[in-house]
Design a protein around this ligand. Structure first.
Ligand SMILES: O=C(O)CCC(=O)C(=O)O
Length: 336
């Protein structure tokens, strides 16, 4: 047995014991949460010789892993530049959805590009889409999805300075709520900080270990200042669950499971907090019918938006909206 395999065997044995004292710490706070005494073997990761046994164990237990300094400054500056060009309307990207913060869009005093809180579906922008195909990102993604990889959902998030209504917060949620494909364990999000992110400018907040649970009901939270479009929040999670604030430097990247409960805080600075992200899925994932499930509400909302956007009376199914956006980034397109 190789040394790595031997280490892995020892770590797996360790998983057979209660895991409350694991504190592999690429993050800013206490991470371990599992109180289960049942063994949960390596279910969430594949071995492609990139993740160390400790990193695999960390993801298995916590549902995320943070990799420092993964994307170069040069690339991030190019993505920022492209974002600014899009905001100035110097480039028109087919299918791109430009989202505006609820509070800022109502203000008469903010120049247009400053009102952009998120670009969604940038897959037709060659410069931004380069992010999704960066080899160093895909090497990690493969540990979760396997070798055939689809980029399913792309975003550049430009969290604005909060205008006093707390609308810059992103409610706690599970990304799987938005996805009509499975299995969840072969889906992963890569989220890269485009500058230093911390608690002041609204870094990501995660509830470690929640990826081992099930998909919960989501809906718009009842926030006094209102909630941005499509920002559904998870109902009924445990507010006492330990939280980790993912403070990151420019280029650091976190990979996380689609059942992991996460959100982000208010931006209390005057700057725009930028991050670029992509959700990947194994190309052998399959679509499911969400009728009769907790995802019916998001299906309805997405279909209404798609019908308006493409002027097609409900002819577009929820599945179509994903099949149409998905792009192969490695290997072979199979069932997505
Ligand atoms: O970048 C953020 O603030 C949160 C992003 C996020 O969780 C999402 O868009 O699903």
């Amino acid at each position: 047995m190789s040394r790595a395999a031997e280490r892995l065997r020892l770590l797996i044995n360790h998983l057979d014991r209660p895991s409350s004292n694991i504190a592999a710490a690429p993050t800013s706070a206490q991470t371990s949460t599992s109180t289960s005494t049942h063994p949960h073997r390596l279910r969430y990761t594949f071995d492609n010789d990139l993740l160390t046994p400790e990193q695999r164990l960390f993801y298995e237990e916590n549902g995320f892993i943070l990799i420092k300094n993964l994307v170069s400054e040069e690339d991030i500056d190019k993505f920022r530049n492209e974002f600014e060009r899009i905001c100035r309307q110097e480039v028109k990207v087919p299918g791109l959805v430009v989202m505006r913060d609820l509070a800022i869009v109502k203000s008469e005093f903010v120049p247009d590009q400053k009102a952009v809180s998120k670009l969604q579906d940038y897959q037709e922008d060659p410069e931004l889409f380069r992010y999704c195909a960066l080899p160093q990102i895909l090497n990690y993604v493969e540990c979760f999805t396997g070798p055939n990889i689809m980029a399913m959902h792309t975003m550049l998030i430009n969290k604005p300075p909060d205008a006093g209504k707390k609308t810059s917060r992103h409610p706690m949620h599970q990304d799987l709520h938005y996805f009509p494909f499975r299995p969840a364990d072969k889906i992963v999000c890569a989220w890269t900080a485009m500058e230093r992110v911390n608690r002041q400018n609204g870094c990501l907040v995660v509830l470690p270990g929640t990826h081992t649970g099930t998909l919960q009901e989501h809906d718009y939270p009842e926030w006094e200042g209102g909630v941005n479009k499509m920002y559904h929040g998870v109902r009924g999670y445990d507010p006492q669950h330990p939280r980790v604030h993912l403070e990151m430097e420019k280029g650091d990247t976190v990979f996380f499971h689609p059942l992991l409960i996460h959100g982000s805080g208010m931006n209390q600075t005057q700057g725009f907090r930028k991050a670029i992200s992509c959700h990947y899925a194994g190309a052998d994932c399959y679509y499911i019918d969400v009728k009769g499930t907790t995802q019916e509400n998001i299906e309805k909302e997405v279909q209404e938006i798609a019908a308006r956007k493409y002027a097609l009376d409900n002819e577009i199914t929820f599945t179509d909206t994903w099949a149409f956006r998905g792009r192969l980034v490695q290997g072979e397109r199979i069932s997505l």
